[in-house]
Write a protein that binds this ligand. Structure first.
Ligand code: NAP
Length: 292
């Protein structure tokens, strides 16, 4: 039976460490890390995510600023607001919650954030640094997965890792991180996506699988070999009348079939999600220390 990789507990340990560091900074009269978040529009899920991020900051003692704008603001207006945050010396990190309304270019927005305040790690220069294994902000979800692999001392050297999904924020950075010449890394990585025929042929030979495609229960028991490590990134709201909310959060892995075959597996919820949130705090701390 698999060992559960408990993201909730691991993230809590990271948060406690950060909170201790903030207490020390306060005692020494040093600057307190400060995260700013921009939310455009009134999408319920986006509001929930941003609210969590602000709450997380409060919990560890960071300062936070939430800037909310209507969905009909112009792209130029948003870029001006980003410039203002860039110029505000008290703010260490800035995130702009995605998705943005269609008339606003995500590329322009992410490129406008000063790289040294880009705690989401989406700026092209930070992505380039990650590819070149230079110190930088690694986007929160891949960073959280790296921390989880470290925490559970998962052996990655020489392993075959299959990543399913090639998004800019999860699959692609994950494939790069695991192929880097370091720990966790040194994997032989196969990156699968919607145009990959017969994904099972790849996953069946994988020592490590990162499922990040957003299709509930895509990875079935017969697609996984005995002893594999399975990281489930997917979070999809699936209608569930037994829940008060009317839905349950479902991962990309058919947990009941896959977990008996694994050595380690992340649950959903309680796996990658909490690690993503803790990683944003880690990046904000790094930004405030001007390490990156
Ligand atoms: P995304 O931008 O929609 O990308 C999905 C990727 O999956 C794409 O590369 C797509 O391929 C690929 N894909 C789609 N259908 C496929 C199929 N049938 N077979 C193989 N590949 C397929 O999604 P994302 O932002 O990476 O997120 C993925 C999932 O992770 C979602 O459920 C999301 O909610 C979740 N997520 C969780 C966290 C967390 O903190 N736990 C954070 C971020 C995302 P193409 O490139 O060919 O279209």
């Amino acid at each position: 039976m698999a060992i559960l990789m408990d993201g909730k507990q691991t993230a809590e340990a990271i948060r406690l460490q950060i909170a201790d560091e903030v207490v020390e900074l306060k005692e020494k009269g040093k600057k307190i890390p400060h995260l700013a978040a921009i939310l455009v529009g009134h999408d319920g899920a986006s509001l929930t995510y941003v609210t969590h991020k602000v709450k997380d900051c409060e919990q560890v003692g960071f300062k936070s600023t939430l800037l909310r704008f209507d969905a009909d603001i112009t792209e130029d207006f948003l870029l001006d607001q980003i410039d203002k945050v860039n110029d505000n010396h008290d703010i260490d990190g800035l995130i702009v919650q995605l998705p943005l309304p269609e008339h606003i270019s995500v590329e322009k927005v992410t490129s406008r954030i000063l790289p040294q305040k880009d705690v989401d790690g989406f700026h092209p220069s930070n992505v380039g640094k990650m590819v070149k294994s230079q110190p930088t902000f690694i986007s929160a979800t891949p960073f959280g997965i790296v921390k989880l692999l470290e925490h559970y001392k998962i052996d990655t050297k020489g392993k075959h890792c299959v990543v399913i999904g090639r998004s800019d924020i999860v699959g692609t950075p994950m494939s790069i991180l695991l192929s880097r010449k370091t720990y966790p890394g040194d994997c032989t990585v196969t990156l699968c996506h919607s145009r990959t025929p017969d994904i099972a042929a790849f996953t069946r030979s994988a020592d490590i699988i990162v499922a990040a495609l957003g299709i509930p229960e895509f990875l079935k028991g017969d697609m996984v070999k005995e002893g594999a490590v399975v990281i489930d990134v997917g979070i999809t709201r699936v209608p569930d009348s037994s829940k008060k909310s009317g839905y349950s959060l479902t991962g990309d892995v058919k947990f009941d079939e896959v977990s008996p075959k694994c050595s380690y597996i992340t649950p959903v919820p309680g796996g990658v999600g909490p690690m993503t949130r803790a990683s944003l705090l880690l990046n904000t701390l790094l930004a405030s220390k001007k390490i990156v």
